[in-house]
Design a binder for this molecule. Sequence first.
Ligand code: XBP
Ligand code: MG
Length: 256
Amino acid sequence: MQNKSSTKLVALLFDVDGTLADTERDAHLPAFNLAFAEFGLDWYWDAVLYGDLLRVTGGKERLRHYVQRFHPDNQPSDDFLATLHQAKTKHYNDMLSQGSIPLRPGVKRLLLEARSAGLRLAIVTTTSPENVMALLRYSLAEDAHTWFEVIAAGDVVPVKKPAPDIYLWALRELKLDARQCLAFEDSENGLKSSMGAGVNTIITLNDYSAAHNFSGAALVLSDLGEPNLPFTAYEGDTLGHSYVDVAMLNASFAPF
Ligand code: XBP
Ligand code: MG
């Protein structure tokens, strides 16, 4: 991974779902199904269908897409879908408060190290601020939301990923140029969004995104790795490193 400019790395921008934790499979999906049952709907999303539905970002948008595709004769109102989505968000938050969703390898280590090194941190996600706060609080630390200077989330922009809008919004809030930042994403839609805003991006794969197209990514890795748990690198030059740390990121951004 080489940044083709001599710009210094200033900020790390983190996607949430699938990047910080496997929240899609382990929390969002069961929360949607709990909400369907609560409302007496005979809808059920299994893990395979959910992988397909993930092509549509945003829970409300995903619900609308699902009913249009699978229940075309029975279109609920936007108000109903919004209420259903609120119930899903409550189930998601309840689940996270039980502390059952671990962060992915290397996430906590890199965040702590980046903070100590003076790198600025931001969240750039499609999910709601409420869900971000719950994950940070229950899976990272009580005050973890204060580690992030900007939390760009949910409906703060009208068009969600893969549009670049949420990244552009975060860059404006940070008052930074895209070339001073590095994004961490797990999905093709996330990469399209970050690249669309001009931000160099490291991909950490998960089960849902393994077959996505990541052309244009700086690196494609299994995960961020740990000193005792090296990542697998699928695309890009990791400069001899076996886990992502600030030294590796700075080396990648060094002027040449
Ligand atoms: C992933 C998403 C979200 C979640 C569900 O966002 O597309 O919609 O699946 O969350 P990212 P909501 O990877 O950008 O974090 O139901 O709150 O939308
Ligand atoms: Mg994601």
